[in-house]
Design a protein around this ligand. Structure first.
Ligand SMILES: [Zn+2]
Length: 184
């Protein structure tokens, strides 16, 4: 083992930041009121899949810089009489990628800076009338996105995927004249 490897290992232990986060997590794995911190990027397969999907409409021949995505997340388990056992997931996402111009397919640089939060409630709560028409819930002192964990698992990937597609510009266009010959 070389010295830089030692440094990296030491840093991870001291800061207690996890660099592994599964797409779905077991709620029972978390202790109540303990915040687990994560820092992941596209070395995590499901994060890479998000980027691949974002760029899937790009022209195969086009050249553009490789996409990046960094996600910092804080996950903690809570319980109270209103929400019962629930998981709070906060995430700060930064991403650079390219989307094709809707007129000429020229790859246009896109940037996302998202600050996200969600509360995952037990699936038995999904049938409650108070959650029928809403997409957010007041939890851990804040209004946040409402999700439900199923079979004991909270789907972090589904939450982040949905929130990305709420923010992404669906059909970007070149500013002014198109950079490629216009196709249609
Ligand atoms: Zn264009």
């Amino acid at each position: 083992m070389n010295s830089s490897q030692n440094y990296v290992d030491g840093f991870q232990i001291m800061s207690k930041i996890n660099t592994h986060l599964d797409a779905q997590v077991f709620v029972n794995k978390y202790s109540f009121d303990i915040i687990e911190e994560y820092e992941i990027d596209k070395k995590t397969p499901w994060v890479n899949d998000l980027l691949v999907e974002l760029e899937e409409d790009n022209d195969d021949e086009a050249e553009y810089p490789v996409a990046t995505m960094e996600i910092k997340a804080q996950i903690t388990r809570k319980t109270n009489t209103f929400l019962n056992d629930h998981l709070i997931v906060r995430a700060q996402l930064t991403s650079h990628f390219h989307l094709p111009c809707g007129r000429c397919l020229f790859p246009l640089a896109q940037e996302l800076e998202l600050s996200l939060s969600a509360a995952f409630l037990h699936e038995s709560q999904e049938k409650k009338p108070e959650y029928a028409e809403v997409t957010t819930v007041f939890a851990d002192g804040h209004e946040m996105e409402l999700y439900f964990y199923k079979k004991g698992m909270a789907d972090i990937n589904e939450f982040i995927h949905e929130q990305i597609y709420i923010e992404v510009t669906p059909f970007p266009r070149c500013e002014g004249e198109c950079k490629n010959p216009v196709l249609y």
